[in-house]
Design a protein around this ligand. Structure first.
Ligand code: SAH
Length: 244
């Protein structure tokens, strides 16, 4: 009497294994080999610090950061530090991307301008919060490769242009928020001009060769409200800003 039961159990076990794995092997994309590293990044680097915004945590756990770095650096993509990208530039540490996104707290429908597209990663993260993301990159090869990467990965709604972000993007102003991901020694005045009243700008301000202070500037009817947030180290903003 025990035998048929044992057979039945074996058959049911086999069917359940097939039911779990067949959809992956036959019908779905192969499982993402970086999923565990990304999940650990969210846990150890973001939740363990002060990233509490549920959607920021979700998005950071979703975007395939390893596809924004060169293939031989993919295994380091979820580590707790910035990584080099082309042209001597860097993709920021995941924590800094998450923190800046949390501080900006973009609402659906808001218009966001990023200065310093780089790899396109920060722009991709922002695109989960609103469909209206514009990003400017001064280096032609980076602008071109980031635009292609974003399109290929399904982030085609993000508009990227090659240009000097010092001048903003007046055609699409006013913006609800602006994020500068390169170090500056002052706030480019046109970026403030292109913000809506109540709009906020995040920028690493200070000595562009060493460390800066991540600074939030909010445009209010009484003038600009400035909050100095934390020490950061970004690659320098170049172009017109160096002439001022
Ligand atoms: N946000 C990027 C990383 C930015 S690195 C990412 O997620 O990968 C800083 C970038 O700012 C570099 O690519 C650099 O070329 C760009 N940059 C520097 N000065 C600039 C300027 N004046 N206008 C636009 N981009 C600028």
């Amino acid at each position: 009497m025990a035998r048929p039961r044992a057979h039945l159990a074996a058959i049911l076990g086999f069917i359940s294994v097939i039911a779990v794995y067949l959809p992956h092997t036959a019908f779905c994309e192969p499982p993402d080999p970086h999923a565990a590293a990304r999940w650990l990044m969210v846990l150890d680097q973001l939740k363990a610090r002060d990233i509490t915004h549920p959607k920021v945590l979700k998005v950071m756990g979703t975007v395939s950061r390893h596809l924004f770095v060169r293939p031989w650096l993919a295994s380091l993509a979820y580590a707790d530090h910035p990584l080099p990208i082309e042209e001597g530039q860097t993709i920021s540490q995941p924590y800094i991307v998450a923190l800046m996104t949390q501080i900006l707290d973009i609402q659906p429908g808001e218009k966001v301008l990023e200065i310093g597209t780089g790899s396109g990663y920060q722009a991709a993260v922002l695109s989960y919060f609103t469909d209206h993301v514009w990003s400017i990159e001064i280096r032609k090869t980076l602008a071109k490769s980031a635009a292609k990467r974003l399109k290929d990965l399904g982030y085609g709604k993000i508009k990227v242009k090659c240009g000097d972000g010092y001048f903003g993007w007046p055609e699409y102003a006013p913006f609800d928020a602006a994020i500068v991901t390169a170090a500056a020694n002052h706030v480019p005045p046109l970026l403030m001009d292109q913000l809506k009243m109540g709009g906020r700008l995040l920028i690493p301000l200070g000595n562009t060769a060493y460390y800066q202070t991540l600074t939030k500037v909010t445009k209010t009817p009484k003038g600009n409200e400035v909050q100095h947030l934390l020490g950061v180290a970004f690659v320098p903003m170049v172009g017109k800003i160096l002439e001022d």
